[in-house]
Design a binder for this molecule. Structure first.
Ligand code: ZN
Ligand code: ZN
Length: 164
């Protein structure tokens, strides 16, 4: 069974084992979310002796403002996920299981969740982004501003120790 185009996936045949696997290679836009561009998702869902697992790889380009210098930046982002899918939970403590009471998987919703979980909390335009000058707000990646040279970070640390 191959998924073509649709993004809500009916998994009843996988759960009742009349189909053993479903593979997908699809793209969708996370429409309401301007953060992400189109997302491509490849993977498969497999019933192994009654245990249904999903494995997926995804890639997208997303736009953000660098947390240090506020430059608008685009970055390709890829990730992967493996989840066990269940129709009901025996205990509500196992949060790794993905509960699908109607055997219908909302693939975009799952991928959106995974991406937000996996994205680093500090997003930079580049690893060595110099950020903005604290005094005049100049972007220090572009060039030095005319403010006094910032204190050496080692001395700054020492100064804060002395202050305390
Ligand atoms: Zn930056
Ligand atoms: Zn400055």
């Amino acid at each position: 069974m191959v998924l073509d185009g649709g993004v809500s996936v009916d998994l009843r045949k996988i759960f009742n084992n009349s189909e053993r696997s479903l593979s997908f290679d699809t793209s969708f836009s996370l429409g309401e979310d301007p953060f992400f561009d189109e997302v491509r998702v490849e993977g498969c869902i497999l019933n192994r002796g009654g245990v249904v697992t999903l494995e997926a790889k995804f890639s997208t380009v997303f736009d953000f403002e660098c947390h240090r210098c506020l430059e608008k930046t685009s970055r390709r982002y890829t990730g992967k996920t493996t989840r066990t899918l269940v129709l009901k939970l025996d205990s509500d403590e196992d949060t790794d299981l993905l509960l699908l009471p109607d055997a219908v998987l909302d693939l975009p919703e799952l991928i959106r969740e995974e991406m937000f979980l996996q994205l680093p909390s500090l997003l930079l335009c580049r690893d060595d982004c110099k950020g903005l000058c604290h005094q005049c707000g100049a972007n220090l990646n572009v060039g030095e501003c005319s403010c006094t040279t910032p204190i050496d970070p080692r001395l700054e640390k020492l100064a804060s120790i002395i202050d305390n």
